[in-house]
Design a binder for this molecule. Structure first.
Ligand code: PLP
Length: 409
């Protein structure tokens, strides 16, 4: 008899975006003449930049010749890309990493979800709340989160991030945590941590022998030079942190699929006997077994981002989205809404007026002005009373949405 992994049956129906789509569809049926604008889903809208497109064409042409054809590549990625990553993403910020510490992947979602496989099932995980759902759900699947009651998992330590604490999570006090997920710039709140604030976490991890899994998918949106792009800007982080990066939001690769993970050789975890095991070695072994590499064409596309033209073009698109964010912040604030984020990230986190629930505000906005946002409670209990707007729309649609909100009431 084939038995099911019962942990999968504990997963909550995380149908946030499906629920939104259903509600939007129902609205459209009853209001066929309203042109609905979505500032909801966190996907990019602007096309790939020319440097990337040209690199993909070149790589495709190479593959079409007997000499240029490539089959399976190295599981951890081609050296041309790994070298470009070290030279462009880390060296300029004073971070010296070894090429074997870079693992190219097909996007950050897979690795943020899979990395927990390397860890014993009864580690205690700590997450900021609200949160990108992948971190918790991937741990639920392996039986690490306990039971679900009143919107929380019994074995997960939640670290609230709200306006009251300036969206800066406090290190756990009451309960010891073994594995900590941090995402900065943050999805969904759009807020960042300063070096000092991040240092507290690194120090906590070092002192408590904890592991930090750091998701830096939005680092390219950081405008303020003092804000850390990488956790390795903090001394000691290479002993306790793994960092996930993605080209999805950096360069519009949500459909191309490429990212990478840094697993420093100094990061170790313990056996019950007290032996220290290198996560770098373990992750390499895992990847070589379960992953067969990212496509050559995608890796050439990613490499092109680091050329002078590529850098310039990618920056132009990011600037475009960040001008949307500025416009949204200015307009919403001028109307008296309390808004956060949006300065170093493409997300605006807005407090709903008059203490309304997230879903209630979502529906009002949809039915009154035909604009879609994301209810904050969908990202965790501390997201209740907030909604998320993305800056990933086109300028015209963003302006139109803001115009409608201005004329509301
Ligand atoms: C979009 C996003 C990612 C990137 O996912 P990919 O699989 O690389 O497309 C990772 N983490 C967060 C928090 C995100 O919002």
């Amino acid at each position: 008899m084939a038995l099911v992994n019962v942990h999968f049956l504990k997963l909550q129906k995380n149908y946030l975006f499906a629920d939104i789509a259903k509600k939007v569809k129902a609205f459209k049926v009853t209001h066929p003449n309203v042109d609905v604008i979505s500032l909801g889903i966190g996907d990019v809208t602007q096309p790939l930049c020319p440097a990337v497109v040209e690199a993909m064409h070149r790589a495709t042409d190479e593959m079409a010749t007997a000499e240029g054809f490539r089959g399976y590549g190295p599981e951890q990625g081609y050296d041309f890309l790994r070298e470009a990553i070290l030279k462009n993403d880390f060296l300029p910020r004073g971070i010296h990493l070894d090429i074997d510490e870079v693992f190219v992947n097909d996007g950050a979602k897979s690795d943020t979800g899979n990395f927990q496989e390397l860890l014993h099932w009864d580690n205690f995980i700590g997450v900021t709340d609200p949160i990108y759902p992948v971190y918790i759900d991937s741990n639920v699947m392996i039986g690490r989160c306990g039971t679900y009651e009143d919107g929380r998992w019994s074995s997960v330590v939640y670290m609230p991030c709200t306006a009251e604490n300036g969206f800066v999570p406090e290190v756990p006090k009451g309960h010891h945590v073994d594995v900590i997920y941090l995402c900065y710039p943050n999805n969904p709140t759009g807020t960042v941590l300063t070096k000092q604030e991040l240092r507290k976490w690194v120090n906590y991890a070092l002192k408590n022998d904890a592991l930090i899994l750091y998701d830096a998918a939005y680092q390219a949106y950081i405008q303020d030079d003092d804000i850390p792009r990488s956790i390795y800007e903090i001394r000691g982080a290479r002993k306790c942190a793994v960092e996930f990066r993605s080209y999805s939001k950096t360069a519009g690769f949500t459909g191309v699929r490429c990212g990478y993970t840094i697993v420093p050789k100094d990061v170790t975890v313990a056996t019950f006997e007290g032996e220290r095991i290198s996560l770098n070695q373990l992750w390499l072994r895992r990847q070589c077994t379960k992953f067969n590499g990212t496509s050559y064409i995608s890796q050439r596309a990613a490499e092109a981002i680091y050329t002078p033209e590529g850098k310039q073009q990618v920056k132009e698109t990011i600037d475009y989205y960040m001008r949307n964010a500025r416009l949204m912040l200015d307009t919403l604030r001028s109307m008296g809404y309390e808004c956060y984020g949006g300065e170093n990230a493409p997300y605006i986190w807005m407090k709903t007026p008059n203490g309304q629930g997230s879903w209630q505000f979502f529906e009002q906005l949809l039915y009154s002005v035909g604009v879609v946002c994301t209810p904050g409670v969908g990202f965790g209990p501390s997201g209740e009373g907030y909604v998320r707007f993305t800056a990933f729309g086109s300028r015209e649609r963003t302006e139109e949405a803001l115009e409608r909100i201005k004329n509301w009431k």
